[in-house]
Design a protein around this ligand. Sequence first.
Ligand code: SF4
Ligand code: SF4
Length: 400
Amino acid sequence: MKNKRSFIKDLSKKQVMEIKGCTDCRECLKHCPVQMVTGNADISTPEKIKIYKEFIDSTDSLKARIFGKKDIDEKLLKDFAEAVFECTTCGACGEICPVGLDTQRLWPALRREMVKRGIGPFGAQREMQKAISDTGNPYNEPAEERFKTWFPDEIKIAEQSEIAYYAGCTGAYEAHPMVRSDVLVLDAIGEPFTMLSADKEVCCGFPLFITGQHEMLEELTNKLVSAYAEKGVRELVCSCPCCVNIMSRDWPIFYGSELPFRIVHISQYVKKALEEGRLKLSKGLKEKIIYHDPCYLSRGVGVIEEPREVLRHIDGAELIEFDAHGRNSRCCGAGGAARKIFHENAIAMGRLTIDEAVEKGADRLVLSCPACYAKVNEAMKGHKKQITIVDIMELISECI
Ligand code: SF4
Ligand code: SF4
């Protein structure tokens, strides 16, 4: 009976309508990074949607209700699950879709459905839940190491403050120059800010959300929200777009009400400080820089202009754009935890970003996401084209 479970029970009405609405126009294939590096149309958005429609027809249609639900072929189900987990959940297909499928939200919902059926997550994704439960982070690194190697000794953290900084697991364990620079810039702004201790700053839940493993999400959310509320926080600053995304869009659902504080990406916070004159850049840069929009920041929460406005404050810097930028940006390869199982795809996607940045004559490639930072740096290793990668706050801290 496992496969006779409803395929629409846990989807929103809008998501069911979206699935029904796909016209198979195939416009989205040209914008999908997985298609760009694999060329495998069998795992494209319209193919996955077509199969899911068949699943729905087998168990949830009028015919199924009258004549009984049909068994779903186990192999078809498994192949579908793998295709959904190979996607980076970047949402580029949805952005271009004339029907308006919100695929950045739809794919995680379908992944959760697969997990509920016992198919997926895959490979290393399966270990994340235990790792987070044991250590507070999906990398299974010791909690006490969270801030140790990168946090600048000279910076003092307030015990209580209306402003808090959340470093996030990927920044804290995989993108040290990025989180170190965040803290240096926050300190230069001069407003006291607080942080949780290394054992209390646990995962925001995004890696579990995106891989359809929802069991711990309420617990993680409640733990973090109460800890920040106890510190009197009114504004929580994060540098990871995935943290910003889940905190602002999904935490209120897991928490059961509006959060007692606002969530902002560090580029939004720093932009305001620059405009109000609380942060001044004393040095300029005579170079051409290219900025990559992280999918969960641009398409996810619409933070597109703020990072650019921050970069425009750098005297002498010339900001250039990727062909696909803003809401249409191309995933760097790190999205959706797909990199944990489809490593070669992720590297190939990272290299597309590197190649375009080099071809456009940029001196440095500016990122604003720790997952992009870690993955594009990894893609650079052994690659024929090379460019210096820098996080947006790393660049700003150079100019202070
Ligand atoms: S979300 Fe991104 S990776 Fe997934 S199918 Fe759409 S365009 Fe491709
Ligand atoms: S662009 Fe939209 S309607 Fe067209 S195939 Fe892709 S998902 Fe379906």
